[in-house]
Design a binder for this molecule. Structure first.
Ligand code: NOJ
Length: 532
């Protein structure tokens, strides 16, 4: 392993990464579906924003039962999104602008149409049989154990011709791979290297905490009324099909592959844990597992100062010394933060943005966050997401996957005027073009906060510590020179230790204001204050 293995200041530390949902970012050929050439066309926007790398939700071949998260070929690009040559062009064009390209790795499961699964299900003695999790029926002929799929129903489906059940923790079209099998591990080492050698800068790893399951396939314990909402909803705690101790050895193996490159490739885990304390082990003992790991419990926290201060403080305290916290408010699975945290109130959304861009670590914005896009109401008959189709109106993800809003024109600057986008548009009044030159816009605030982060070392990498603030105010210090005050309460707040200069305020009229000792903040107002 190279000597700089433990260097905490890698290229992603303190930076802003940006998630592109490729089907909805930019459509270069007018078929209504975004594509890789489209992302190339929009790189100028990303460079202008100041992002360091773009994470693309899955672009590999997929029958799209779960829009890319059901992979049919790990080594090629889905034709609806482009070609290997397009990816090469994207990597080169991004690199010229100083940005990396991060792909999505889906190691927990494949598509049911993947040739590995077709071989695996063809007979019990096929050499690929053991690449997936197969088990005999229970004594009564039912599923081998009580595990339920995260997408509803039993996690097992009977394959009648061979008389065994296969495991799927998501759709029955997404059979789980068997990570006890060494050949599966070798295959994924190859996949990592294949894309790293193609110039990809890292991977976001889908359900990284779930890949390996209990070898004995023991029943999950039933949920009790002290368990979380989701556990009670599912009726069980995911003790044996998720977050098993053996997963760490797999992450360490991937880390070795990532670290064998110079500069190292980044590994970002999606470990969808419900309890904050379950997050930290994924950074490894001494920082030898995932480099970054989405803080999903934080994203799901209520948007009030006391809860957020507690979550951020606990994250800072528990984070292994060489780990980097990740802050994100939206993604392709969860409600967008201007809706979820801010309830559609633009002033609160500006505070949320300021928080995300001033915490220590790496911030990951989701496409549209920069203009304050809210969730879009997609009518039931137009739903495409299998989760939405099954659980409407209680769950579903189409609302956050609608096309990027570039301009208020037919086609929205996303696709040709006459084309029908694969998913309807949200409110095109909220768009990049109209916001770009408006000094008061959400987009300008995003860009200015990112620029401030780049020009203020304390904001990029300075230590985080909590500050005492009046009730309702989330207050913290970054390094020696920078303090952040966000009034998330419903009434005006007066901060008493506020001397300094407002570098950026959510109310832009206050930028550059000198503050002498005390600072008054309107409800839903925030400032970044610098001294020196
Ligand atoms: C998490 C992904 O983010 C989500 O979109 C997907 O449906 C599941 N994993 C299954 O791959």
């Amino acid at each position: 392993m190279p000597d700089d293995f433990r260097d905490p200041n890698q290229w992603w530390v303190g930076q802003v990464l940006y998630q592109v949902y490729p089907r909805s970012y930019m459509d270069s050929d007018g078929d209504g579906v975004g594509d890789l050439r489209g992302v190339i066309e929009r790189l100028e926007h990303l460079e202008w924003l100041g992002v360091r790398a773009v994470w693309l939700s899955p672009i590999t071949v997929s029958p799209n039962a779960d829009f890319g998260y059901d992979v049919g070929d790990y080594y090629d690009i889905d034709p609806s999104l482009g070609t290997l040559a397009d990816l090469d062009a994207l990597v080169a064009a991004a690199d010229q602008r100083g940005m990396g390209v991060i792909m999505d790795l889906v190691p927990n499961h494949t598509s049911i149409e993947h040739p590995w699964f077709e071989a695996s299900r063809s007979s019990r003695d096929n050499p690929k049989r053991d690449w997936y999790v197969w088990a005999d029926p229970a004594a009564d002929g039912g599923p081998p154990n009580n595990w339920v799929s995260l997408f509803g129903g039993s996690a097992w489906t009977l394959d009648e011709p061979t008389g065994q059940y296969y495991l799927h923790n998501f759709l029955d079209m997404q059979p789980d791979l068997n990570w006890w099998n060494e050949a599966v591990r070798d295959q994924f080492d190859r996949i990592l290297r294949y894309w790293f050698d193609a110039g990809v800068s890292g991977f976001r790893i889908d359900v990284a905490h779930m890949v390996i399951k209990d070898r004995e396939l023991r029943d999950n314990p039933l949920a009790t009324d002290t368990d979380s909402f989701m556990e009670q909803f599912r009726g069980q705690r995911q003790e044996f099909n998720s977050n098993r101790p053996e997963v760490h050895e797999i992450h360490r193996r991937w880390r070795e592959v990532a670290e064998s490159y110079d500069p190292p490739k980044v590994l970002i885990g999606e470990t969808f844990v419900e309890r904050l304390e379950d997050l930290f082990p994924f950074f490894g003992d001494g920082g030898d597992e995932l480099h970054l790991d989405f803080n999903i419990p934080f994203a799901h926290a209520p948007f009030d100062a006391a809860t957020l201060a507690d979550m951020i403080g606990r994250t800072e305290v528990a984070m292994p010394a060489l780990g980097t916290p990740v802050w994100t408010g939206s993604n392709h699975d969860i409600s967008r933060f201007p809706t979820r945290w801010a309830g559609g109130d633009p002033a609160r959304a500006r505070c949320a943005l300021m928080m995300l861009l001033t915490l220590r670590g790496t911030t990951v914005l989701y496409q549209g966050d920069e203009i304050g896009m809210v969730d879009t109401d997609v009518p039931r008959e137009e739903l495409l997401d299998p989760v939405g189709i099954r659980f409407h109106p209680h769950a579903g993800r189409d609302a956050v996957r609608t096309p990027m809003q570039w301009e208020n024109t037919p086609g929205g600057g996303f696709t040709a005027a006459e084309a029908t986008p694969w998913l309807r548009f949200g409110d095109l009044d909220c768009n990049v073009t109209d916001q770009r030159d408006d000094p008061d816009s959400f987009l300008t605030l995003t860009r200015d906060l990112i620029a401030l982060r780049h020009s203020t070392p304390d904001l990029a990498t300075g230590a985080w510590s909590a500050l005492a603030g009046p009730e309702g105010v989330l207050a913290y210090r970054r390094g020696d020179t920078t303090r952040v005050y966000l009034n998330l309460g419903a009434t005006e707040a007066r901060v008493e230790d506020g001397a300094g200069t407002i570098a950026v305020g959510t109310n832009r009229a206050r930028d550059d204001e000198t503050v002498f000792g005390s600072l008054t903040l309107a409800p839903a107002e925030g400032v970044v204050l610098t001294t020196g």
